[in-house]
Design a protein around this ligand. Structure first.
Ligand SMILES: [Zn+2]
Length: 168
């Protein structure tokens, strides 16, 4: 158990982990705001777009350019996102760290590389969102699925390998 009593708002210059980016905006190379980060795993950033017609984009981490302090930038265009990475499935809380699961009993046991940092592309956007923290729990058996092609793996290493080989 740990509690942080202080208002621990992170400054934009501070190094972020992927979990800190939940709710933040994601932009494509053609500067389209494709939605907010809804869930993260070691291999994917899941972006949710829309309120009524909801779309989920499963963006492989290797398609992420970096966080500029306001926005997470991708290395691909909106067209490429829609063509390759849209999947109309909810991320599985066993595999993803999801922002809307305050009490979840599942097993986010991931570890994340730090988010690549890039210089601000623009700074006129005020991001003042509260990021809900949840406490990940351990010791739940995991499967790892590539949500882009539905292949299932027994370990994160195998999924890593798959992401290397398949080059989504
Ligand atoms: Zn795959």
């Amino acid at each position: 158990m740990h509690s942080t009593s202080s208002d621990n708002r992170s400054s934009n210059n501070e190094k972020k982990g992927w979990i800190d980016l939940l709710n933040e905006s994601v932009h494509t190379t053609d500067d389209v705001d494709i939605g907010d980060i809804y869930a993260v795993s070691k291999n994917f950033v899941v972006v949710m777009r829309g309120l009524i017609n909801i779309h989920y984009y499963y963006i492989p981490i290797n398609k992420v350019e970096g966080w500029d302090g306001n926005v997470l930038w991708l290395k691909i265009t909106e067209k490429e996102v829609k063509a390759n990475y849209e999947r109309n499935i909810l991320p599985d809380p066993k595999q993803y760290y999801i922002k809307s699961y305050p009490d979840y009993e599942t097993s986010y046991i991931g570890y994340f590389y730090s988010v690549p940092m890039i210089p601000p592309k623009y700074t006129d956007q005020t991001q003042d969102k509260y990021i809900k923290e949840t406490t990940p729990q351990e010791n739940v058996p995991m499967i790892y699925r590539c949500d882009l092609c539905n292949e299932v793996f027994n370990s994160e290493d195998e999924l890593d390998k798959h992401m290397d080989i398949v080059k989504h």
